[in-house]
Write a protein that binds this ligand. Structure first.
Ligand SMILES: *[C@@H]1O[C@H](CO)[C@@H](O)[C@H](O)[C@H]1NC(C)=O
Ligand SMILES: *[C@@H]1O[C@H](CO)[C@@H](O)[C@H](O)[C@H]1NC(C)=O
Ligand SMILES: *[C@@H]1O[C@H](CO)[C@@H](O)[C@H](O)[C@H]1NC(C)=O
Ligand SMILES: *[C@@H]1O[C@H](CO)[C@@H](O)[C@H](O)[C@H]1NC(C)=O
Ligand SMILES: *[C@@H]1O[C@H](CO)[C@@H](O)[C@H](O)[C@H]1NC(C)=O
Ligand SMILES: *[C@@H]1O[C@H](CO)[C@@H](O)[C@H](O)[C@H]1NC(C)=O
Ligand SMILES: *[C@@H]1O[C@H](CO)[C@@H](O)[C@H](O)[C@H]1NC(C)=O
Length: 498
């Protein structure tokens, strides 16, 4: 009798444990502060341990699909940097369910959770709320460790959300995500080859304005010249004396910028002036001081940070501007030019951090877009991702590369060149020739699809698409076009024509 009672007890407690695992109530977000409308989908957030020994944990924000969540795919979104937040940029400024003015949340009708479940992860440690309990982890993090932690994150996240373990899975993101995403995908495919595991159903990669190769991706002189940002004379210097690729090699890999490069790039910086290089047509967030005062402040910050933080210059601009923000120059064509200030003030509120389960017992945790604490191994910017892409395509994994065509940092021309290179290396042929694609009956950009023949059938495996008028962060300036593109990719459909 006693034994039977004990067994019953075990069965009973197992059931409870199982329920607790399937629905992580402790991570459920009931309602976010400032959320005025009720929503049809569930939101979760919290920490997932990636390394028990060192005490590393990554912060995630998970937004279920608006309908039928457990029968929809799952998409992971990773922002770049290296070291910038997918919560701040991806979720709150790009393709998440809400936008904020700092206090109130407004629904984003172009949220990608209309199509899939969306998982935003602050990666690696030191970014946003993600942390390590071992301080030496912050001394030199790199691409290898990031990819390993991202895989550990996924496997442990799936344990908490087993109902999403078997849905189709996509990895998406932008910018330095061009390093994170293919490297994570490679680890996922390696994991899938192990015996006695349940494979992760990885179905594709989607990358926006991706940084793949130091020689091609950021060699942006011609784009800047053709968009009127630099003079003929300075353009010639970038072709003969020092181009941006060489500047980056000197700065991030060999160390020590030569006088030759310094001279060219102080001319480049001076001529480009106060334009946001991540979208050369977009205005910048202005405050209420006189225009000249603001611009002189902006200029100083811009010049000071140009060489060290080129990929995060928008953040720098945002931080400088936050000292003089005012309401009447905040929005242009519905785009919130001061989104960085607003998102940052929202995510730094104590009640928001509590609602997101991000708060420490110790009170408010200072949140910022890009990690100030983490020292990332900058030499990893020299890792060439092109061979990794080719290998992923050879394994049959579909990839879409898209490019906001107003980005003067990772210009679409560079990404188009790389698409052609990998298509050739993977022996793909053109299935849909270069031509326009549409959103709401307007030309949304240009695209080309490449494929191969599988069992006698033509199959698209690589798509390149520009997004006309869009920034480095495409879903920020062009949310409708971005959603159309995402929907087509997830559906395995060609981009719409008309
Ligand atoms: C880090 O340390 C804190 C305090 O001891 C602990 O509560 C937390 O669980 C640790 N995090 C990880 C990932 O081990
Ligand atoms: C939900 O999924 C089921 C099964 O795939 C389908 O029959 C149903 O129409 C879906 N409902 C919605 C609202 O999409
Ligand atoms: C990253 O750091 C680890 C540990 O020091 C090292 O084994 C690995 O080779 C590094 N990877 C890169 C790409 O630098
Ligand atoms: C950029 O500069 C490097 C080093 O001077 C050179 O090898 C490379 O060919 C240049 N690239 C282009 C596209 O001009
Ligand atoms: C500018 O904004 C600050 C802070 O909101 C305010 O204190 C100041 O009075 C404003 N200045 C002008 C000239 O409107
Ligand atoms: C509270 O948190 C801050 C920021 O993380 C940290 O600098 C400080 O040492 C903490 N204080 C205590 C008492 O833990
Ligand atoms: C596959 O595409 C190529 C190039 O467009 C075309 O020539 C060929 O007929 C197609 N094959 C099939 C089976 O559709």
């Amino acid at each position: 009798m006693l034994i039977e009672v004990v067994q019953l007890g075990i069965v009973f407690s197992l059931l409870i444990v199982h329920n607790a695992i399937a629905a992580p109530e402790s991570d459920l977000v009931n309602k976010l502060p400032g959320q005025t409308q009720t929503v049809s989908f569930k939101q979760y957030s919290g920490f997932i341990t990636t390394d028990e020994g060192n005490g590393r944990a990554l912060f995630y924000y998970f937004v279920e699909a608006q309908t039928n969540a457990t029968s929809k795919p799952l998409a992971l979104w990773l922002n770049g940097g290296p070291g910038c937040s997918s919560l701040g940029y991806g979720a709150f400024e790009e393709n998440g369910p809400f936008r904020t003015n700092g206090n109130v949340l407004e629904k984003n009708k172009f949220s990608w959770n209309t199509e899939t479940n969306m998982l935003y992860v602050e990666s690696p440690i030191g970014v946003g709320f993600s942390y390590s309990n071992t301080s030496s982890d912050y001394n030199l993090f790199n691409d290898t460790l990031t990819a390993q932690d991202n895989l550990a994150f996924l496997l442990n996240w799936f344990k908490k959300f087993p109902e999403f373990r078997d849905v189709d899975f996509y990895i998406t993101g932008e910018s330095y995500g061009g390093h994170y995403i293919p490297q994570l995908a490679t680890l996922v495919l390696d994991y899938n080859k192990k015996p006695n595991i349940t494979p992760i159903k990885l179905k594709g990669l989607l990358m926006g304005n991706p940084y793949f190769d130091i020689e091609i991706s950021i060699n942006n002189g011609e784009f800047q010249w053709s968009h009127g940002l630099i003079s003929d004379e300075t353009y010639q210097l970038t072709q003969t004396v020092c181009n941006n690729s060489r500047l980056w090699v000197e700065e991030f890999i060999t160390g020590g910028v030569s006088d030759a490069c310094n001279n060219v790039f102080s001319k480049v910086d001076g001529e480009i002036g106060d334009v946001d290089v991540y979208d050369v047509t977009l205005g910048v967030c202005l405050g209420n001081e006189s225009y000249d005062t603001q611009m002189s402040k902006l200029q100083k910050g811009y010049m000071r940070h140009w060489f060290n933080h080129i990929l995060i210059i928008v953040v720098v601009i945002g931080q400088i501007q936050s000292k003089f923000v005012v309401k009447n120059v905040k929005k242009v064509d519905g785009i919130n030019l001061c989104a960085d200030d607003d998102t940052s003030s929202y995510l730094n509120k104590k009640e928001v951090q509590e609602a997101l389960h991000a708060s420490r017992s110790n009170g408010t945790y200072p949140w910022s877009f890009c990690s100030g604490r983490l020292a990332y191994d900058e030499s990893n910017r020299g890792i060439n991702i092109i061979p990794v892409l080719t290998e992923l395509l050879n394994s049959g994994l579909p990839i879409m590369l898209f490019s906001g065509d107003q980005d003067a940092v990772v210009p679409f021309t560079a990404t188009r060149t790389i698409a052609n290179i990998v298509a050739k290396q993977s022996k793909l042929f053109t299935l849909i020739p270069y031509g326009t694609w549409y959103d709401s009956h307007q030309v949304a950009g240009w695209s080309q699809a490449y494929g191969h023949t599988v069992n006698g059938k033509n199959q698209t495996i690589l798509t390149f698409a520009t997004v006309r008028g869009a920034a480095h962060e495409v879903p920020y300036t062009s949310p409708s076009q971005a959603l159309t593109l995402f929907r087509a990719f997830i559906g395995g459909l060609p981009l719409p024509i008309r």
